[in-house]
Every structure is written in structure tokens, then in C-alpha cells.
Design a protein around this ligand. Sequence first.
Ligand code: NDP
Length: 475
Amino acid sequence: MARADFTPADRGELYIGGQWRPARGGGSIAVEDPFTEQVVAHVPAGTPADVDEAVAAAKSAFEPWAALAPSARAEHLSRLHQSLANRSDEIATTVTGELGTPIKVSHRVQTGLPLTVLDGYIRLAKETAQEGEIGNSLILREPIGVVGAITPWNYPLHQVMAKVAAALAAGCTVVLKPSELTPLVAYLLFDAVHEAGLPPGVVNLVPGTGPEVGQAIAGHSDVDMVSFTGSTATGRRISHLAADRIAKVSLELGGKSANVILDDADLARAVKTGVGNAFLNAGQTCTAWTRMLVPAAQYEQACELAVQAAKAYAMGDPFDETTRLGPLVSATQRDRVHGFVQRGRAEGATLLTPDDVPDRGYFVAPTVLADVDPKSTVAQEEIFGPVLAVIPFGDDDEAVAIANDSRYGLAGAVWSGDPDRALAVAKRLRTGAVDVNGGAFNPLAPFGGYKQSGLGRELGVFGLEEFQQVKAVQR
Ligand code: NDP
């Protein structure tokens, strides 16, 4: 796919109750291409009045959708999968255009992963038992109701799919607010929803800003559950709003994950894979291993290997097949990341990599920082850019202590020549996922955070159960 294939049109409508219709307010949101720095399209800025209508549509669609046999819901989702798969190239192009993900990664991750997730929920809807027994009680798994889904820009279709596919499979109905920075791919999803003929009101789209539309969803009295992915600060705000009516909240929040490389590991492989993980999607990945922990005796060698690996991350037009590091999503995000790098240097970190970037586009160069104090800002805050902090440790106990010295706990990695030793360290990490010796991402495994990285789990059967509640019927 080439840049010439990215020709987005303005989208003037919202999708509510199975129909495209104009927003109540007259405002619009400009969508920018972060490489050209040009506005490429507009979408409506939804309002709380639009949220009211979308929630009413989801509420009236709930009972019949929940009453369908799970296999019937799976059939609807299969048609959606087909409609989306037919749009694969357009999805990849759109995410590359509005977010800046290199086109190869867009195909594999931004398009392939959400299709895989949807496929998984089609199978789980058919296979997962909705009933069980405990003594004289019949245990029923029932959908929670109307779900408000609020999603960020970094994996704009995947984050939506992890919520929408699971909620629909469970029998819930949904009102979605995608990120204002990357709304165009959500429009492709709703084109597919419409084409697939999902029952009206089962899933609704209200684009807009967080403070207007997101807040109206999170605080709506008829929204039974809010499923949110984004920053910890916004997650906290949403929790407060939902707490007023005791509505369930599931949160996928930030991370500051540690890549622990033990002294018997294959250092070259661990560093190269670790750099790749930290720089995936220009570092705009909540699970990114942004702290590389290496034995003090191998520190210099690890830093050299990291610098070498960073050199391979060629910056450029994300539509160019040779580009490995695209721009960040916005000028704001670029400036935020630069601010962190400056702060890191002011707090004593050494910049090991060049910081020159292309003339246009919101780039941050692939950045490796050495001599990073584990307590310093760059070792504690989620930066969300291509910035890797390399930190030395003495022994396994110290590595675990540094890894766990974070208010986050989303992901992580351990490398060792001895699988038992690696597993022993993995078990001590206070984090929702750990990859041992490069273990592959599993889209059916539970995904979510310890500590301030979140509440609840997404993906696979754990993600399905998040949208259900249980009833006990005594007989
Ligand atoms: P936010 O958490 O603000 O955005 C995530 C979503 O929440 C967006 O849809 C946003 O809307 C919405 N939102 C914002 N404010 C509210 C509100 N008051 N009520 C309801 N919804 C709201 O993240 P940012 O985009 O501002 O990114 C800032 C930082 O957050 C990043 O630098 C990164 O560190 C972190 N982040 C982490 C992510 C993760 O997956 N862990 C994902 C995204 C960001 P809007 O469209 O207006 O932005």
C-alpha cells in the first residue's frame, strides 16, 4: 500500500440505532496525518445529547440481543468478521495515515490482531458454557447490560475490538467513543457493522472529545459498565464518575514494564528483542518494556548492543516499506516525550543515541538512555515514545526489587539460560504478564494490569467474563 492509497473523506455522521445520522451539535474534529502534519479529514464532535440517544438505542437493543443464543450472536459476529476482513488493506492504510504506524506493522498488528481477536470471540461465544451447577444452585452467566467503551489512539482498532467483540459475544450492547486523534478506523468498523446487518442499537458510535463525550458516557445513569483503555489519570476520573452509581469499571491503563536480563541469558538476543519491543509503534504501546535491567558486569556491552539495535530503526514516511519508526501521533505527544528525555538528562541520565529527526513529521529519534537512576522520572513515568532506559543490577533479588519499584504492573520479560530460574523470577514480578525468553504474545491469554495499570482483564475467556455477571438460582 502506498501513500496515494490514503485518501480519507470527511465523515459527517454518527452511528446510532443502526443508522448513520448527523450529530446534534455543529462541531467537528480535524484528523491530522502525523507525518505530513496536514489535516486529512473531519469527523463530528459528538455531544452529551448524542450520548443520551446512543445509550437509549443500546438500552432498547439489550434485551433481544441478550436473549439470542450465543451461537446466534456468533453468526452476527462472523458476518462482521467477513465485512472487516474485506477492508483489511483500507484498515492498514487508515491506521498508518492517522497514527503513523509503519505500514508493515499496520498490516500485521493494527489489522491482523483485531481480526484474530474477533475470530477468537466468535469461537468463544459458541464454546463457553453459560450455565453450571453448585449443589442445588443453577449458576447463570448473564450479560452485564449497556457498556460504554472509551478507547485510545495507539492501537485504535485493536483496543476497540478487545472491548466490542467481547461485550457483544457476552450479550451486552455498546456505545463506543474512539480517540479523537484516530477516529477514522472506527468509521471503517462501523461501515462493516452496517454491512453485516447487526441488529439496530447493538453497537453505536459517538466520536468526540474525552471531556464531552467520554465523560457523558462514563457518568450516564443507563450505562451499566464502563470499559476504558488509556492513561491512569483519565482512568481514575472515569472510576470516580462510575462510582457514583456503583457501575462496574474495567481499566487498561499505563505501564512501565521491566525487561529483566539475567547473567546467564543470551544477551545479544535479549537486548535486540527488548529494543524492538520498546520501539514498537514508536513506543506508543502500553506493554512496552521501557526499562531494560541488565547485570552490572554486562552493562557496557548491553548499552552498546542497544545502541546498535536502535540504529536499525530507520525513521521516515510510514508508508515506505523500509521505515521502522514512524512519527508519534501528535505534536503534543512528541513534545511530551521530548520533555521526558530532557528531564531524564537533567536528572543524570546519559543520552547514547543521536537525536536528529526528519524535517517533517512528529518524530522522536530512537532513544537509549544509560546511567538511569531507578527512582528518576524516566524510570518511573510512562513516556509513550521510543525511549529506552537501561538500568544495571547486582543480583536477581535486586533485579526483582527494581522491576517491582513502580506504581505500574502491566507487562514484563525475563531472560535466562535456565528456564526454571527465569520462571522463578517471572513469578516474583508484580505484573499482569511476563514473557520468558521471548515467549510470543497470546491473544487468548488474559491481558491486564496489577497495581495502577488497571482493573479487570481483556482478551480470551477472561475478557468475555468481564462483561458478564453471575446469578444463582436455587432449586
Ligand atoms: P487519555 O487517557 O486522555 O485518552 C484515552 C481516551 O480517554 C480517549 O478516548 C480520550 O478522549 C478519553 N478521555 C480523555 N479524558 C476523558 C474524560 N475526562 N472522561 C472520559 N474520557 C476521557 O490519554 P491521552 O490521549 O491524553 O494520552 C496521554 C498519555 O496517556 C500518553 O502519553 C500515555 O502515557 C498514556 N496513554 C496510555 C495508553 C495505554 O494504552 N496505556 C493509551 C493512551 C494513552 P480524547 O479522544 O479526547 O483524547
